[in-house]
Design a protein around this ligand. Structure first.
Ligand code: GAL
Length: 444
């Protein structure tokens, strides 16, 4: 079983499954031109809906950057083939990488009884501890049965979109959080090799700094970026088992190995651009593309960003200390109770989970399929390497992207990290992280 590591992750004090694994953009509309009026199989291979659909389908997400929007548009383009009729897609986006701003708007809409048709949400705690726990999502069991998804998705993925054996959302992808992206030309021009250890990272960083190049581009305007830098540093410093133990209470947050990891995090921050708090993750990547910075540590949506920007001179390695480990997250879509136009939503979900949908979306989004049967030849060199790594690496859950910790725990950690980025006090950070684990009732 490919995802046994995710299943191992699922054992913890909160619940068996829960532990395993967030500028207002306004909504613009994309009208679908129907391409079929019956229920016949489509050329794309996805199963088409039986009866014509109509009305508006609101799809809520934070996918606004070039590569994100391109992936989403590929799904919108396929929708009328799979879902015959005359549905108007309302592309509701709230800008902000990582989805913090989108999640706040979503929460107030859900509380106000005004759910969108469907919304982007991360697999794991972000989904299960929120709208599934509050009973606001519809069971997708019959959809999973009818679409053959109980075998199309790996068991570990099925477990993590389910509660008490009932699936509540459809995973469209798997992203990797622990990737160090670098400008190949900058590295070649300066005789540098991509670092795979923290020692190498700091040697390369010093060499870049000596040349007047920002070593590590950071854009933490949306907060998640510095949390993600912390998570990859914890992972690289502690190793996968102890990292996983942070989320199950078996690794002591106040231990000396965590102090060492936080001290490394502190040192890494000294190599970042001064304007990091005013930049987004993709603007940080621009610094790398322009050669103003040498590296950035970010998820593999950077691959999509590079593609959208026509940048082909990007190199990648796992973040320092994390070779052989896949720090994973997944974007999923579900069906809220009282969703408007549920038939149109259900057909969207069919598309999102289909081989055709995932093969159209993921090569543009910089992610790999959540399904096991996608055609690898459709993916670029980076993604082909990710497909291979996903099969063989140790899988660990991403903190910043809703897989490792409950939303409230993540919020406490994010606040502590935001303070730390200003005050750089390791001891205060460690205390706050220890307390956050206790508040989450994972640590005693
Ligand atoms: C993640 C999301 C990715 C990507 C990224 C940057 O949370 O899962 O799909 O969009 O944020 O916005």
């Amino acid at each position: 079983m490919r995802l046994k590591s995710w299943q191992v992750l699922a054992v913890g004090p909160l619940a068996l499954i829960l532990l395993a694994l967030a500028a207002c953009g306004g909504g613009d509309n994309a009208t679908n031109t129907p391409t079929a009026t019956g229920g016949s199989p489509t050329a794309s291979g996805a199963t088409s809906s039986a009866s014509p659909l109509s009305g508006t389908l609101e799809i809520f997400s934070w996918w606004t950057t070039g590569g994100e929007a391109a992936g989403l548009q590929a799904l919108y383009n396929l929708y009328p083939q799979v879902c015959p009729g005359n549905v108007t897609i309302q592309n509701s986006t709230i800008a902000g990488g990582g989805g913090d701003a989108a999640r706040q708007v979503l929460a107030s809409r859900m509380q106000g009884g005004d759910p969108p048709g469907t919304f982007q949400i991360h697999m794991g705690h972000e989904l299960l501890d929120s709208y599934v726990a509050s009973g606001d999502m519809q069971s997708l069991k019959s959809l999973f049965d009818s679409q053959g998804w109980n075998t199309a998705f790996p068991q570990g993925v099925l477990d993590i979109v389910s509660k008490d054996g009932i699936p509540y959302s459809v995973p469209v992808n798997i992203h990797r959080a622990n990737v160090l992206w670098y400008n190949k030309k900058t590295f070649t021009d300066n005789g540098l090799t991509a670092p795979t250890t923290f020692d190498q990272f700091f040697q390369v960083a010093d060499a870049l700094k000596a040349k007047g190049i920002t070593p590590l581009a950071l854009g933490d305007k949306d907060t998640f970026e510095s949390v993600q830098l912390l998570e990859t540093t914890l992972l690289g410093s502690l190793g996968p088992d102890k990292y996983k133990g942070l989320w199950t209470g078996t690794t002591d947050w106040s231990g000396s190995d965590v102090t060492a990891a936080l001290t490394t995090f502190q040192k890494m921050l000294t190599y970042t651009n001064d304007d990091h708090s005013s930049l987004t993750w993709d603007q940080a990547n621009d610094l790398v593309i322009q050669g103003k910075a040498g590296m950035t540590i970010m998820g593999d949506w950077v691959d999509a960003d590079n593609k959208a920007k026509g940048f082909t001179d990007s190199g990648w390695v796992p973040t320092p200390g994390t070779s052989g480990t896949y720090d994973a997250l997944s974007d999923t879509f579900g069906l809220p109770k009282n969703a408007p136009n549920p038939d149109a939503v259900t057909c969207w979900l069919k598309l999102v989970g289909s081989k055709a949908g995932q093969e159209a979306f993921n090569p543009l989004k910089g992610s790999v399929c959540a399904r096991t049967d996608c055609d690898k030849s459709l993916f670029d060199t980076y993604l082909q390497s990710a497909i291979d790594d996903w099969k063989t690496d140790t899988i660990v859950p991403s903190l910043a992207h809703g897989a490792a910790a409950s939303p409230s725990w993540l919020s406490d950690i994010s606040d502590a990290v935001t303070s730390f980025v200003s005050d750089r006090n390791v001891s205060t950070l460690q205390d706050r992280l220890s307390t956050a684990c206790k508040t989450a009732t994972v640590c005693s």
